[in-house]
Design a protein around this ligand. Structure first.
Ligand SMILES: *Cc1c(COP(=O)(O)O)cnc(C)c1O
Length: 425
């Protein structure tokens, strides 16, 4: 589909992503004037000539370089599909990335990049805690391929991370640095630039050693890891990007060179998103900024309410970090807004936390996050239950911790619900 950089400018003025989400990369002339991009529910595409088919395959299989103004032709929906390509073009705008690859889930994106860049004998340096599925992949799947996970706790300094690496450097090669910041559910920050330094010191001619950030919690609006030297950004688009708790999807963004590699393995694994997922995600992108802006505004209000509530011991929310805390400095450097995930410790233990959760009425008791409706859950026994209790404590996941994902409801209504639930405890 060629470069569409010119579409980003109006009268020499660079348009903001939210202005481009309704139109970018799509021409109504292609589809009978339809203002919305149709769902291209098709497995294969008809070539205009055998010569075209040959040319498309040459580029798709890397048999020759694509000419600068040559369109990558449509071949088969495991390789490419308009709903995916247009969506990918739109997604690059938020993170100012060269390229994007869309997947049928966040886990499809994560597993595809790990298998693309890791080799037997490697180790992956990763933050802890990470998302449950990622944790399983690191600790129970990759070791079968002689790839060792080496974790460091979110909040560790670069010196502490280097000490952990000292123990493994002799026998293994660093293959990837993988972090989640802020961490789930504690909202602990990790310095992306410091981790990127480590990854890039290990990079060689033959080995990429990409610095990967799972930016699901704050992105793509409030944190831009590629601007802090990360090589790849991944999202569970199931969360804020999809935003309506009705799809499972994933994205990976980065340079053209790395994304081409990721797309090659995506074609072979078949982990690409389908046209319907692509179309729904495009629909969601139109309101992304509206939703996330409202969600963060609501979350700040709720965090303030919680921070002075007598039945709350501690609130874990980025807006409440204080000057002098090293976490505050990372937050200031890396993020524009604190996001919509608020965790807190209720006075008591599991019993009190459960009583509180069972008493909520407007806020739903469910895992997942980032949707229009507010959700609450108990990390120790739900999202993070497969982590040993001792490990949980080490990571700061306590029995009395509740995680909230704040939606777009009226903030006073949400506080009313929290208030009455505390009264039941
Ligand atoms: C949900 C989530 C994932 C996994 O995404 P799926 O779309 O469920 O496969 C990965 N990372 C984070 C931080 C998540 O919240």
């Amino acid at each position: 589909m060629g470069s569409r950089k010119d579409e980003e400018f109006l009268n020499g003025h660079r348009l903001k992503p939210e202005s481009l989400m309704m139109s970018y990369g799509y021409n109504p002339q292609w589809s009978e004037g339809a203002i919305k991009c149709p769902i291209f529910q098709t497995s294969t595409f008809v070539f205009e000539s055998a010569e075209d088919g040959k040319a498309f395959f040459e580029v798709a299989y890397g048999l020759r370089e694509q000419d600068p103004d040559e369109d990558l032709g449509l071949i088969y929906s495991r390789l490419n599909n308009p709903d995916l390509e247009i969506l990918e073009d739109r997604l690059t705008l938020w993170d100012d990335a060269e390229a994007a690859a869309m997947f049928e889930s966040g886990m499809a994106a994560i597993s595809t990049i790990m298998f693309q860049f890791l080799r037997p004998g490697d180790y992956v340096l990763h933050s802890e805690p990470v998302y449950g599925g990622t944790d399983y992949l690191l600790n129970h799947v990759l070791p079968n391929f002689d790839i060792k996970p080496v974790g460091f706790r979110a909040g560790s300094s670069q010196e502490e991370i280097r000490e952990i690496m000292d123990g493994v450097e002799e026998e293994r090669q660093l293959g990837m640095v993988y972090i989640e910041t802020p961490a789930n559910p504690t909202n602990e920050m990790i310095d992306i630039e410091k981790c990127a330094e480590i990854a890039h010191e290990h990079k060689t001619e033959e080995k990429e050693v990409p610095m990967v950030v799972d930016n699901t919690f704050l992105g793509p609006l409030f944190q831009h890891p590629l601007k802090h030297d990360a090589d790849l950004v991944i999202y569970s688009a199931t969360k804020f990007i999809g935003g309506h708790s009705d799809i499972i999807a994933g994205v990976c963004l980065g340079s053209e060179k790395l994304i081409n590699k990721v797309q090659t393995l995506r074609t072979i694994f078949g982990t690409m998103g389908g046209p319907w997922t692509g179309w729904l995600t495009m629909r969601s992108l139109e309101t992304l900024k509206l939703r996330m802006t409202q969600q963060v505004d609501n979350a700040k209000y709720i965090a303030d309410f919680l921070s002075v509530h007598p039945k709350v011991d501690k609130v874990h929310y980025l807006d409440l970090l204080e000057e002098g805390d090293p976490q505050y400095d990372i937050y200031q450097k890396q993020c524009d807004e604190p996001g919509a995930i608020v965790s807190f410790e209720i006075d008591g233990g599991e019993k009190e936390a459960f009583k509180f959760l069972n008493s909520l009425e407007l806020i739903h008791l469910a895992v997942s996050l980032g949707g229009t409706e507010s959700l609450a859950e108990h990390p120790a026994t739900m999202t993070h239950s497969d982590i040993e209790p001792d490990e949980q404590r080490r990571m700061g996941i306590t029995d009395n911790m509740v995680r909230l994902s704040i939606g777009v409801e009226n903030k006073k209504d949400l506080v009313e619900d929290l208030k009455q639930a505390f009264e039941q405890v």
